[in-house]
Design a protein around this ligand. Structure first.
Ligand code: GLA
Length: 719
C-alpha cells in the first residue's frame, strides 16, 4: 500500500466518529458537539449509557450494567435505561415497540444480536428472545453538524403475521436525575409556533398530531434543559422528527428519575400488519446537544437543515423575493389582472411571481373546482403561456398554487371518482372548507397527482409550486383494501406524498416547492428534505408574526421561513407601518402579498428601498447565525441579530410594539461579534457610525426606538 493511501487511511481512522469497544461492549457515537454511548449489558440488552456534550475518551466509560430490582413492583427491566424497550417482560415504561402475534401473544423482549459499522453509520440488530422478530436500529452521525439520527426497521421473520401497535423511531434518554425543563411549541391555525417552557415532572407529556399531517397544534421537535439554560448559555438537549403524518413524542420522567423522549409514528389509531418477511421502517429522529443555550441549539438545527436536510444543501440558492397574488385577488385571477400585478411587483424588485388559487377548473370560490387541474378558459382564454411569458419578460420566475391532495365534491374529478377520497363505506364524508381528502395511499390517486403536476411543470415554465393542504384528514377509511390493512393509510399516504415530490423533483431538477398547509401545518424535517421553503402561517399580521417567527426559529432556519408583507388593517384589525411590516418579513424569505393595486407612490418607494436592502442582507439572514436578543413574549422590544458565517456582516432588527410614557428602550447587547474588530453601522437612512465589537457587546447599541410599532434595522460591516 502506498504511503499516501496509508496516510489517508490513518486520517480516516482518526476521524472515525463511530467506534466499538469489544472489551466493554460499548459503541461511541461522536460529533463535534455531542456524544452518545450505547452498550450491551450483562443480560444482552441494549442500554443507553450516555447522551450529552462531547466525551471522546473511551476509558471514561465502563460497560453497561442493568439497574437492580428494588421491589416486586420495581423490577430491573423497568428501571434500566434501555435504548429501545419493547413491551414485554416486566417493563412499564413507554415502549418503543409493541406487537400482537396472530395467536394473541404480545410479549416481546429484544436482545442484542449483531451490528455493523459503515463509515458514519451504525446498524444494531436486536431479536426477540424466542421468535424471529428483528429490529434494526439505524444510527447516523453528522460529525461536523453535531447531530445524530436514529430510526428503526422492524422485520417479521416468523411464519405468521404480526401486528405492530407501536413502532417508534427511537428514544433519547437524558442523564439520570430530575429538574429538567421542556421547551416546545403549540398553536392553532393562524397562531402556530407559540413557545411553552415547563418543568418536567414524573409522568408523561405527549406532543403529537392525529390530523394526518404535521399539524398546527404541536410541531415535532423538543428542547430539554437542566432548568438553568438561557438563550446564550446552558445545557440543552434537543431532537426533531422527520415525519409529515401522525407523529408522537412522549416526554417521560419515570418514577426512577429517568427522563426520555420516545418518538416516531403516532400510536393513535395505529395498527400495522407485517406478513411473514415484511418490514416497517420508521421515520428519522434526529438529536443534538448544545452547551450554548437555546440559541446554540437553534443555530445547530438551522445549520443541519441547510447542510444536511434541504434539497441541494449548501448548493441551493438563496430564497428570492416573492410576490403572491392571493391577498390582492383571492379567486378572481385573470390574465390582465395578474399581468398588471406582475408589472408592479417587478418594479419593486420581486424575483418570483406566484399566482395563487383560482386559475383552474370552475374555481371561483372555495366551493368548486379542486381536483380539476385544467386552466380556466374564461379567465385565461389563451392559456397560461402569455402570462408566464410576460412574467419572465419582466425578469421574474413564475410560480403556481396547487392543492393536489384535495377535491371539492363539486368537481369533475369527484363526479368521476367518488371512491378516491378517504372514507368509511356508508358513513358521512365530513367536509372542511367544502373539500374532501384524496386517498394518496391509493396508487391510482398518487399516479393521477404526479401526472398532473408533471404536466404543469412540463407544459408551462413553472419554476415553483406552492403545494397547499387546507384541511385535516377525517374518516380515514380505505375501503379498497382488506379491513386489517386499512389503518396503513396513515403511513402509505405520507409515503406516497413524499414519493410524488421525489419523482417530480427527479424529473424537473430546477423546480422548487413550497410546503403550505393552511399556514404552518406541514413543517418538519421529513418534508424539508423535499421542499425549498415553507409557509409559516396564514397570519401575516406583523406584530403577531413576531411570536410566530420566534417559535419557528427555535427549530427551523430563517432561509425556509416565508414571510410576507401584507396590507393593513390585517386579520386581527391591527395596523402597523409598512416599514415595520417589511422588517418583520425580512427576517425570513421575503415575500409580498399585498394588493399592489392599492399602494401609493410612497408605498412603492419604500418597498423598492426595502427590497434593495433585503438583497444586500439576505445571505446573512438566510444562512448566517441567528441570535435572538429580546423575545416578543417578554417586553416591549423584540430584537434579533444575524451574523454571516464569515463574520463580515451582521444585521440587527429591532421592534418596539408599544411604548409606555417616557420609558427608554433597552440597549441591545450584540452577540457573535469580534471584540477587537471595529464595525461600521449603517441604518435605514444610510447614516453611518463606527463602534468596536467590545462596545457593541458590553455597552450595547441604543436605537432610541420611540412610539408604538417603531422599528429599526442596522447593518454592521466588520472593518
Ligand atoms: C390557504 C393558504 C393561503 C391561500 C389559500 C388559497 O388558506 O394558506 O395562502 O393560498 O389557501 O385558497
Amino acid at each position: 500500500m502506498s504511503k499516501l493511501v496509508w496516510l489517508l487511511l490513518a486520517a480516516t481512522m482518526l476521524q472515525a466518529q463511530i467506534t466499538w469497544n469489544a472489551a466493554n461492549k460499548l459503541w461511541f457515537l461522536n460529533t463535534a458537539t455531542s456524544s452518545c454511548v450505547i452498550g450491551i449489558n450483562e443480560r444482552n440488552e441494549l442500554q443507553t449509557v450516555y447522551w450529552g456534550g462531547p466525551i471522546t475518551r473511551a476509558g471514561d466509560f465502563t460497560s453497561a450494567h442493568s439497574t437492580p430490582d428494588r421491589s416486586s413492583f420495581d423490577p430491573s427491566a423497568t428501571r434500566t435505561r434501555e435504548e429501545y424497550p419493547a413491551w414485554g417482560g416486566t417493563r412499564y415504561v413507554e415502549p418503543a415497540l409493541k406487537v400482537t402475534r396472530a395467536n394473541g401473544d404480545r410479549d416481546l423482549v429484544l436482545k442484542y444480536r449483531d451490528h455493523k459499522i459503515t463509515g458514519d453509520a451504525l446498524d444494531i440488530t436486536l431479536r426477540d428472545i424466542n421468535d424471529d422478530i428483528f429490529v434494526t436500529l439505524y444510527y447516523q452521525v453528522f460529525p461536523a453538524l453535531g447531530m445524530i439520527e436514529k430510526h428503526s426497521t422492524i422485520r417479521n421473520g416468523t411464519s405468521a403475521k404480526i401486528t405492530l401497535e407501536s413502532a417508534q423511531s427511537g428514544a433519547w434518554s437524558l442523564p439520570p436525575g430530575e429538574g429538567y425543563r421542556l421547551t416546545y411549541v403549540s398553536g392553532r391555525w393562524a397562531a402556530e409556533d407559540q413557545i411553552s417552557r415547563e418543568p418536567i415532572d414524573t409522568g408523561m407529556k405527549i406532543l403529537e398530531s392525529r390530523r394526518g399531517n404535521t399539524s398546527h397544534n404541536n410541531n415535532p421537535w423538543f428542547m430539554i434543559d437542566d432548568s438553568h439554560a438561557s438563550e446564550q448559555n446552558g445545557r440543552v438537549w434537543f431532537g426533531a422528527l422527520g415525519w409529515s403524518g401522525n407523529w408522537r413524542m412522549t416526554v417521560e420522567q419515570t418514577p426512577y428519575a429517568q427522563v426520555r423522549v420516545t418518538g416516531g409514528l403516532n400510536t393513535f389509531d395505529f395498527g400495522y400488519d407485517l406478513k411473514p418477511g415484511d418490514s416497517l421502517e420508521t421515520p428519522a429522529f434526529y438529536g443534538g446537544y448544545s452547551g450554548d443555550g437555546f440559541g446554540g441549539a437553534s443555530r445547530a438545527l438551522h445549520r443541519f437543515e441547510r447542510e444536511a436536510i434541504l434539497p441541494g444543501g449548501t448548493t441551493s440558492r438563496l430564497r428570492p423575493v416573492l410576490y403572491n397574488s392571493w391577498e390582492a385577488t383571492t379567486f378572481a385571477v385573470d390574465q390582465a389582472g395578474q399581468q398588471a400585478l406582475a408589472a408592479k411587483a417587478a418594479s419593486i424588485g420581486v424575483e418570483l411571481f406566484v399566482m395563487d388559487d383560482g386559475w383552474f377548473g370552475k374555481r371561483n370560490d372555495d366551493h368548486a373546482g379542486l381536483g380539476d387541474w385544467v386552466v380556466n378558459p374564461a379567465k385565461f382564454p389563451n392559456d397560461l403561456q402569455p402570462l408566464i411569458a410576460e412574467v419572465n419578460r419582466l425578469g421574474m420566475d413564475f410560480g403556481l398554487w396547487v392543492e393536489p391532495e384535495m377535491v371539492n365534491p363539486n368537481s369533475d374529478l369527484y363526479r368521476a371518482h367518488p371512491d378516491w377520497v378517504l372514507n368509511f363505506t356508508g358513513r358521512p364524508r365530513s367536509e372542511l372548507r367544502n373539500q374532501l381528502v384524496l386517498n394518496l395511499a391509493r396508487k391510482d390517486v398518487s399516479d393521477y397527482i404526479f401526472a398532473f403536476l408533471d404536466r404543469l411543470a412540463s407544459t408551462y415554465k413553472v419554476k415553483y409550486f406552492k403545494w397547499d393542504m387546507n384541511r385535516s384528514m377525517s374518516e380515514p377509511g380505505w375501503p379498497a383494501v382488506a379491513p386489517e390493512e386499512e389503518k396503513k393509510v396513515w403511513i402509505e399516504y405520507v409515503r406516497n406524498y413524499y414519493g410524488i415530490i421525489d419523482r417530480l423533483r427527479a424529473k424537473h431538477p430546477a423546480l422548487e416547492i413550497e410546503s403550505c398547509s393552511g399556514g404552518g401545518a406541514r413543517i418538519d424535517l421529513g418534508v424539508l428534505k423535499r421542499v425549498d421553503e415553507v409557509w409559516t402561517s396564514d397570519n401575516t399580521e406583523a406584530f403577531d408574526r413576531l411570536r410566530i417567527q420566534e417559535g419557528f426559529s427555535y427549530a427551523y432556519a430563517p432561509k425556509i421561513m416565508s414571510a410576507w408583507v401584507t396590507d393593513v388593517p390585517n386579520m386581527n384589525h391591527r395596523s402597523t407601518p409598512l416599514q415595520f411590516r417589511f422588517l418583520v418579513a425580512m427576517q425570513g424569505a421575503l415575500g409580498i402579498g399585498a394588493n399592489l393595486n392599492k399602494w401609493s407612490d410612497e408605498d412603492f418607494a419604500l418597498a423598492k428601498k426595502m427590497v434593495t436592502i433585503d438583497k444586500q442582507i439576505r445571505a446573512t439572514v438566510q444562512t448566517g447565525l441567528l441570535y435572538r436578543l429580546l423575545s416578543p413574549r417578554e417586553g416591549e422590544v423584540t430584537a434579533s441579530e444575524y451574523v454571516s458565517q464569515d463574520g463580515r456582516q451582521s444585521v440587527l432588527f429591532a421592534f418596539r410594539h408599544s411604548q409606555q410614557f417616557e420609558t427608554l428602550a433597552p440597549s441591545l447587547h450584540l452577540e457573535g461579534l469580534d471584540a477587537n474588530a471595529t464595525y461600521t453601522l449603517t441604518d435605514l437612512n444610510s447614516r453611518t457610525s463606527e463602534l468596536s465589537g467590545a462596545y457593541l457587546a458590553n455597552h450595547g447599541v441604543d436605537l432610541n426606538l420611540a412610539g408604538d410599532y417603531s422599528s429599526a434595522l442596522v447593518v454592521l460591516t466588520r472593518k
